[in-house]
Design a protein around this ligand. Structure first.
Ligand code: AP5
Ligand code: MG
Length: 264
């Protein structure tokens, strides 16, 4: 993977140098990034790239729920069958899990929400949470979420979902059609076994796409009405989608990114 040398210039702040990562003391310069898009749009793929470039954590509510299912927690027990059917887990079950994660110290400079919010109620809850907790000691302008919608053609989504393979150990994402691993069913990074997610069967994919249209499309409209939504073309290869997303983040005004090869 290509690493980027860059200098980070927090708005109104001092010039810092970094190597492929957000520097640690640009506290809350980047703020929240919300990735919206249907199942298979590439939210997880792009969240990992954003996390690597800017050094802020990916918070995937799907991954957090799957961890709960695996660990056999009460939340996991409540969510398991619902997820297997491709439906959304009830809003009230999501809030504590998300709040606990966002209160962790690594979220202070910013974070990437992958799969949340997914209903208008969740979007309202998130606004209130950010207002009450995240904005408290921060520059408000820097903390307004950057909301990026990844748009992808319907037939392409089906190929992406049916071809997806995921690393059990660390969640690296592959695709037998578009991003195959070097050795079949084996993670390039850590050699773990690759698995097919149990909600990636054709029947459940249909339910997930329906849930997106009915329950999550209104969230897209919610952010559009607020003038916060930026759309990127997710049909392109993953590197080109990432380039579009980096441009959105860097043009948002929180940062200025420069080639550091001449000093810093
Ligand atoms: P979640 O895990 O969030 O699943 P999802 O939204 O259905 O999205 P996916 O993870 O399937 O797709 P993705 O957009 O991350 O795509 P990826 O990068 O993997 O949620 C699962 C379930 O949990 C939900 O159904 C629900 O039950 C529950 N849940 C989660 N959050 C909830 C919430 N907030 N409220 C209530 N319930 C909630 O890419 C897909 C494939 O395409 C991969 O194989 C990848 O290699 C490939 N690919 C990616 N980009 C490209 C590209 N540009 N070109 C070619 N291939 C590409
Ligand atoms: Mg995902």
């Amino acid at each position: 993977m290509v690493r980027h040398d860059f200098l980070v210039v927090p708005r109104g702040g001092e010039l810092k140098s970094g190597f492929g990562r957000w520097v640690e003391d640009t506290s809350r310069s980047i703020g929240p990034i919300i990735l919206l898009g249907p199942p298979g749009a590439g939210k997880g793929t792009q969240a990992k790239r954003i996390a690597e470039r800017y050094g802020i954590p990916q918070i995937s509510t799907g991954d957090l729920l799957r961890e709960n299912v695996q660990r056999g927690t009460e939340l996991g027990a409540q969510a398991k069958e619902i997820m297997a059917r491709g439906e959304l887990v009830p809003d009230e079950l999501m809030y504590d899990m998300v709040a606990q994660r966002l209160r962790q110290v690594d979220c202070e400079p910013g974070f990437i929400l992958d799969g949340f919010p997914r209903t208008p109620a969740q979007a309202g809850w998130l606004d209130a949470f950010l207002e009450n907790e995240f904005f408290e000691n921060s520059d408000r302008d820097r903390c307004v979420p950057i909301v990026i919608r990844i748009g992808v053609d319907y037939n392409e989504l089906l190929r992406r979902l049916t071809g997806r393979r995921t690393c059990l150990a660390s969640g690296h994402i592959y695709n037998v059609y578009f991003q195959p691993p070097r050795v079949a069913d084996t993670c390039d990074v850590d050699g773990s076994k690759l698995v097919i997610r149990n909600d990636d069967s054709e029947e459940v994919i249909g339910e997930r796409l329906k849930a997106y249209e009915l329950q999550t499309q209104p969230v897209v409209d919610y952010y559009e009405r607020k003038g916060r939504l930026v759309s990127v073309n997710g049909d392109l290869p993953a590197d080109q989608v990432a380039e579009q997303i980096f441009r959105v983040i860097e043009s948002h005004g929180a940062v200025e990114v420069k080639d550091a090869s001449h000093g810093g």
